[in-house]
Every structure is written in structure tokens, then in C-alpha cells.
Design a protein around this ligand. Structure first.
Ligand code: SF4
Ligand code: SF4
Length: 163
């Protein structure tokens, strides 16, 4: 008889505890009904990025002196600086510059240490693509021949802002 009574008491206590938990969760749900949602309907709505947001890197071809500081400070040696030494003027001439945004971790080291400020961070974060070959979000800059081939026109200023 006694084990049966104890069993009933335990069962009753469990029912009370379960009811209390259900009540608590219901109260939490109710407390959220008058709050505004914290999520947005992306991609129909977009948040304004913060001031120091590190998005796609902007590169200005004409300012680059091919010093390769960006390569040395990059934790994964990512920027590819293609240059040629002009022996007559004893200066490097930049041929092509690229950063693979599929690998870049957007740490911003290259932007911070570039001596000519030809690199800067933009607020652009939509970098996904269906086409990895020849996509502008992957290559920071293409040389003028490639630009001509891809767009059918030769651009005067060779900066990625045009894309
Ligand atoms: S650090 Fe700046 S100037 Fe030097 S190669 Fe890199 S992008 Fe060009
Ligand atoms: S942002 Fe960082 S990882 Fe990306 S290229 Fe610059 S230094 Fe390298």
C-alpha cells in the first residue's frame, strides 16, 4: 500500500512541475509578443553596415607601386601582384593585381599597411557567385585587355569601382 501512495505522490509532483515549466515557457512567449522582430526579410530588406565593416576590397590600379607590402602582411600571402621591371626608368610597372575573395578572410591587414592607400574596404558583402571563373567579385582588378574582353569596352580609369 505504501509504495503505491509514494508513487502517486511522485506522479503528482511531476505533474505540478511540468505544469509550472509549461506556464513559464508560455509567459516567456507572451512577453515577446509586444516586441519588434530582431530579424529582417533579407534580401528584400538590408541592414546598414557598421562604420568599420570590412567588405569587398577596393583597389586603385593607378596608385599601386607594386611594393608587395600587402602580400607580406597578409596572413595567407593572398594578393597576387604581377609586375615587370622597367629597366630604362628603374621602376616596377604593375601588370595585374588580384585577390581571391573566396579565400580572403577580410582581416584588413593589406589595407592598413598599403603605403599608397590604394586598397580600401567597402561595405559590399554579397560576394557569392555561381561562376568562379571570370567573376568580378573574385578578381580585384583585371588588366585592361581582360576588361576589354569581358565588358567589350576599354575603361579609362582602371579601378574596381566601375564594377
Ligand atoms: S601594398 Fe599597396 S602599393 Fe604595395 S603592392 Fe600592395 S596594393 Fe600595391
Ligand atoms: S584582407 Fe587580410 S586575408 Fe584578405 S588579402 Fe588583405 S591581408 Fe590578406
Amino acid at each position: 500500500m505504501l509504495p503505491m501512495v509514494t508513487g502517486f505522490i511522485n506522479y503528482g509532483q511531476q505533474i505540478v512541475r511540468a505544469a509550472r515549466y509549461i506556464g513559464q515557457s508560455f509567459m516567456i512567449t507572451l512577453s515577446h509578443t509586444n516586441r519588434l522582430p530582431v530579424t529582417i526579410q533579407y534580401p528584400y530588406e538590408k541592414l546598414i553596415t557598421s562604420e568599420h565593416f570590412r567588405g569587398r576590397i577596393h583597389f586603385e590600379f593607378d596608385k599601386c607601386i607594386a611594393c608587395e607590402v600587402c602580400v607580406r602582411v597578409c596572413p595567407i600571402d593572398l594578393p597576387v601582384v604581377d609586375w615587370k621591371l622597367e629597366t630604362d626608368i628603374r621602376k616596377k610597372r604593375l601588370l595585374n593585381y588580384s585577390i581571391d575573395f573566396g579565400i580572403c578572410i577580410f582581416c584588413g591587414n593589406c589595407v592598413e599597411y598599403c603605403p599608397t592607400n590604394c586598397l580600401s574596404m567597402t561595405e559590399e558583402y554579397e560576394l557569392s557567385t555561381y561562376d568562379l571563373i571570370g567573376d568580378y567579385t573574385i578578381l580585384t582588378i583585371m588588366n585592361s585587355t581582360q576588361i576589354k574582353k569581358a565588358t567589350g569596352k576599354l575603361l579609362d580609369s582602371r579601378t574596381i569601382t566601375d564594377y
